[in-house]
Design a protein around this ligand. Structure first.
Ligand code: FAD
Length: 280
């Protein structure tokens, strides 16, 4: 892997002091790979705001770069303005800007309807302070009316001032390559970094993939399901498949890799080891 192709790692915020300690160990193990940043997810409707901020703070206090995710659905302009100011005061200069999804039972969408409005607002309020990452969906966002409109919406969001994007995870490389190609044809040439989901547990992966619209190819689903409770075999096949996917992505010119670590280090480290990524 060339040094200019950065890697980044995603965490979700922990809820307990014990969880925070464990995550610090995971972070330190992953830090040997010299990631560009660690990102920390943000619960729908701001539900994990405190946890996200505390996790980001602890990453930064340990001397690493951190990027909080920020979702806008259900928020007011004032509340987003306040949190942006807090981010600036903490020395944060990178954000993953999202619409998010309203938690079930909530009806008030708030003052932002889509992520392009959040990106535009961040730029209007804070100028060039933040490097803004947005979300991309090579297999089409599950709520999109159709693929073409989803692409147009994505381009609108990038044109509103996002610097780069991270994709939803996918297992079919063609979906990513076609998406990149369509963006280029539409005149968009900003980095779109593939999001990588390590495979460690089939039933959890299947449930989550259903929800977020990521397709597990039939051959892979059948093989993983066939292993039943044999976790070691699931992990071994998962490692092989994801390492190969990453290798091909980099060979095709992907501008980096963003790992959905699920707050675990082992599988991500193993994938990076297979790719020959060390401390660069
Ligand atoms: P948008 O870009 O606003 O798109 C949402 C839908 O609306 C799409 O179908 C799009 O086609 C459509 N759309 C967009 N703009 C318009 C417009 N102007 N007019 C009409 N239709 C439009 N969720 C969390 O809650 N917390 C997280 O931390 C989090 N992190 C994520 C990180 C990554 C890298 C990714 C890929 C997803 C993440 N998500 C997270 C999930 C994300 O919040 C959901 O997928 C959400 O449904 C969409 O967010 P978005 O920012 O992509 O929305």
């Amino acid at each position: 892997m060339k040094p200019q192709q950065p890697i980044s790692f995603e965490f979700f915020p922990t809820k307990t002091a014990e969880g925070a300690e464990k995550l610090a160990l995971v972070r330190d193990k992953l830090s040997v790979l010299n990631p560009l940043y660690f990102s920390v997810t943000y619960g729908a409707g701001g539900s994990t705001q405190e946890g996200t901020i505390n996790t980001v703070k602890s990453i930064m206090e340990a001397g690493y770069s951190a990027a909080p995710h920020l979702s806008c659905i259900g928020s007011t302009r004032d509340s987003i303005k306040e949190i942006l100011q807090l981010f600036i005061s903490l020395g944060i200069d990178r954000i993953v800007a999202l619409r998010g999804d309203l938690p079930s039972g909530h009806r008030d969408v708030g003052e932002f309807r889509y992520a392009n409005e959040l990106v535009e607002f961040i730029r209007a309020e804070t100028g060039d302070h933040f490097h803004i990452e947005a979300a991309a969906y090579p297999e089409v966002h599950p709520q999109a009316k159709n693929a073409q409109l989803d692409l147009e919406n994505f381009i609108r969001k990038m044109d509103a001032g996002a610097d780069s994007a991270i994709t939803q995870y996918f297992f079919n490389i063609d979906s990513y390559l076609y998406f990149i190609d369509s963006c280029k044809k539409a005149g968009l040439d900003k980095p779109i970094v593939p999001g990588i989901m390590p495979i460690t547990n089939y039933s959890r992966l299947a449930g989550f993939s259903d929800m977020c619209g990521a397709e597990i190819p039939r051959w892979l689903a059948k093989r993983l399901a066939g292993y039943g409770d044999d976790i070691d075999s699931i992990k071994a096949l998962g490692l092989e498949v994801i390492s190969t996917l990453c290798e091909k992505l980099l060979a095709e010119g992907a501008p980096g890799l963003h790992f959905y670590t699920l707050n675990q280090s082992k599988t991500t480290l193993d994938i990076c080891h297979n790719l020959g990524i060390r401390n660069h």
